[in-house]
Structures are given as C-alpha cells and as structure tokens.
Design a protein around this ligand. Structure first.
Ligand SMILES: C[S@@+](CC[C@H](N)C(=O)[O-])C[C@H]1O[C@@H](n2cnc3c(N)ncnc32)[C@H](O)[C@@H]1O
Length: 249
C-alpha cells in the first residue's frame, strides 16, 4: 500500500486553510494597485498555493527541490508549470523576475536561507510573501535544527531556522526597503504564543516600495547585539540577567 503524501495530512489541511484566508485577503487588496500579474511559488510542495494563485488570476510557475513533489504537483495541477530546482542554487534566479514571489514553508528548511533570500530579491519585481517556522527569541540569530525525514522537509534534513527578527533583517539587507508582518497573522494556533508554547510560525511581506494596507504592519530592522561576547551582555546572558534582576527585586 502506498503512503498518503504528508501534504494531505490533517495538520496541513488546517494550516493551509488558515494561511490561504490571510494570503487571499492581502492579495485581494494589493493585486490591482500593484498590477500583479505573474507569480512564482518557490518550495511549492504539491502545489496547493500555486493552485490558489492561479485561481486568483495569476500567471503561475512553481518550483520545488524534490522531483517527486514536482511530479505529483504537475499531476494535480496540469495547467501550471512546475519544475525541480534547489532554492539554494544559482539556477533559481534564472527562472526570471515575477510581480509576485510567493515562498511559504520553505526558508526554515534551508542550510543557507540568506542566499535564497538574496535570490528571491533578485526575482521580485513588486511583492514577496514569506511564511514559515521561526526560531524562538528576539535576537536576529539562527538555530541549526535536525529535521524529520519526510518529503516536506529540507533536502538534507538539517537546516538553519531564523528568528523572526533575523528573517526581517535578511529581507532588509537583501535589498527590500519595506518589510511587514501580516496583520492579522493566520488564525491557527501555530501563530500564537501561549503559556505552554512559543509562537511557531510567522508571515511576512517585503517590497521595494511602500505598501499601504491595514493588513500589514511595518517592522523595523533589528539591531544585532553589539557585544554578544561580553560576559555581562548579549544573547546568551539575557536569561541570566533577567533572573538576577527578578531576584534583586
Ligand atoms: C513544508 S513544505 C512547504 C510546501 C508549501 N509551500 C506549503 O507552504 O505548504 C517545504 C517544501 O520545500 C521543499 N524544499 C525543501 N528544501 C528545498 C530546497 N532547498 N529547494 C527547493 N525546495 C525545497 C520541500 O521539498 C517541500 O516541498
């Protein structure tokens, strides 16, 4: 018996529905003012969002780093052009420039996310939409994470997960002058922190021009800690300093 693709599991269904709702609402506001006609879905899996973009009237192409996903995506969406491409390879920007670059669920599966973000900048004419898992924490840093072995994970199953502020900083430094967080984020537990768990995912938008919509909240570029090597300041000692402050209080 062949296994059901992981992309058809219940977890994806609820995640997809909630992400689709906010992405569609945003594109409904921006598509005409920004004259968005062409789109590429990078890290497209089995083509769920490529199909959404097509249904919204975009001329769509899509890439994924796994041939098996490309084949299944093409079978499910024969009217969309899918191709196999590693998003960390210089082949990616050769796909061309697009009004909209759509990149959900990919950046945290990469060994070199900054390189890919620079490629995405080269490919973006007007608007980049990015979604994914973020490493917990406020500083612009990444954590190296071992991943599962399924076909929705990184190609080598080990990846640098950026914090949200790290993603924002990489977007600015790759040349986007305006970076925003979706407002609201998708209505799904993974976009909220609770007393038991920190926020797992975020949704960002980046553009070479200012975007005016209440569905986006502009974010500043985070400063790197100036002296993370100092024993009394910086990343690793924040928790300790907080504890000491609480004890002294
Ligand atoms: C978590 S899935 C996301 C699928 C879809 N975009 C979504 O948001 O539901 C990650 C996808 O990225 C692909 N992927 C992983 N590493 C990649 C790489 N280096 N280049 C291109 N695609 C990659 C995987 O094969 C998988 O289809």
């Amino acid at each position: 018996m062949t296994r059901q693709p992981i992309f058809d599991a219940a977890h994806y269904e609820s995640l997809n529905t909630s992400r689709e709702a906010v992405a569609s609402a945003l594109l409904a506001q921006l598509k005409e003012p920004l004259q968005l006609r062409t789109a590429i879905d990078v890290g497209c899996g089995l083509g769920y969002f490529a199909a959404l973009l097509k249904s919204l009237g975009f001329e769509v192409s899509a890439v994924d780093g796994r041939q098996q996903n490309v084949e299944e995506a093409s079978r499910r969406n024969p009217d969309i052009e899918f191709s196999c491409c590693d998003a960390q390879s210089s082949e990616l920007p050769k796909k061309g420039k697009f009004d909209l670059v759509f990149c959900f669920g990919l950046l945290y599966h990469l060994e070199n996310p900054f390189l890919t973000i620079r490629y995405l900048r080269q490919m973006t004419k007007n608007l980049l939409l990015v979604e994914g898992v973020i490493y917990p924490g406020a500083d612009p840093i990444m954590g190296l994470v071992d991943e599962g072995l399924t076909e929705d994970q990184g190609l080598n199953h080990v990846a640098f997960y950026p914090t949200e502020s790290c993603l924002v900083k990489m977007l600015y430094r790759s040349g986007f002058s305006h970076v925003y967080r979706f407002h609201p984020l998708a209505d799904h537990p993974e976009y909220r922190s609770t007393s038991r768990s920190r926020q797992v995912r975020t949704m960002l938008s980046a553009s070479p021009t200012p975007l005016s919509t209440p569905l986006l909240q502009q974010l500043p570029e985070a400063k790197s800690p100036e002296t993370p090597w100092d024993a009394y300041s910086g990343v690793s000692n924040r928790g300790l300093r907080g504890k000491i402050r609480r004890i002294l209080k």
